[in-house]
Design a protein around this ligand. Sequence first.
Ligand code: GUN
Length: 284
Amino acid sequence: MSAEIVDGRAVSAAVRERIKKAAEGMDVKPGLAVVIVGDDPASHVYVRNKKRGCEEVGFRSWVYELPENIREEELLSLIDKLNAESDVHGILVQLPLPDHINEETVTERIAPEKDVDAFSSYNAGRLFKGEPGLIPCTPHGIMVMLEHYGISVRGKRCVVVGRSNIVGKPVAQLLLAADGTVTVCHSKTKDLASVTRDADILVCAVGKANFITADMVKPGAVVIDVGMNRNEEGKLCGDVDFAHVANTASYITPVPGGVGPMTISMLLENTLLAAGNIMKNEQR
Ligand code: GUN
């Protein structure tokens, strides 16, 4: 193996230490409300980790567990209540939601200044225009990791595989804002390997194990793996064939222990930022 392993756990720990210190210096404790609907076990694990993250950095947190059959209007009125609650600086509704609830309606209902997932059109629009705002957690975490390792984006050929609203599109915007030359690939891209082979920085977020093989990676490229899959043996793995790509890349994120740990840290970062902004506005 020649690539340096990008240690998301270590970067995440450094970020959380900084957030904890910043929170200690604030007049009011930042507070995050997390809403979960139904009993999907994976979603409950994510929510538990978010609550634990809050405890680690000294934030307040509230978890609202709602039954699978809750009506959309009831969920919306809980969001209205949390929007108006002054102790709550961040609101997150865990996705996916049951089929009878419209995710778009729900995410748009969260007040933009408390939208710590940054899934709303308001924050997506701010990101698109390069204006300050809340930034989606996983893409933001990727940028913080690159910066931590001193990997400059300026002038680099960046290829993003995957065009989701949560990862692919926002990470492309962030790479562009950092002066990268960005290409976004997706399931209809012709001759994908010829595009990925051109990448100095390759970000993959497609959700398919071993999707990126060594022949698709330029020697010396930085490879960021956002995938969270289970292989045939049930082991957690990313989208990248790690064992082989690690011989070609200069830097590579492992799964687990790469991008994953950064996501909750950036959620905490957004909650801290939201709390600071809300308090500043209240003083006006
Ligand atoms: N489900 C899986 N990832 C996420 C996330 O980052 N935010 C929310 N709200 N739901 C998710």
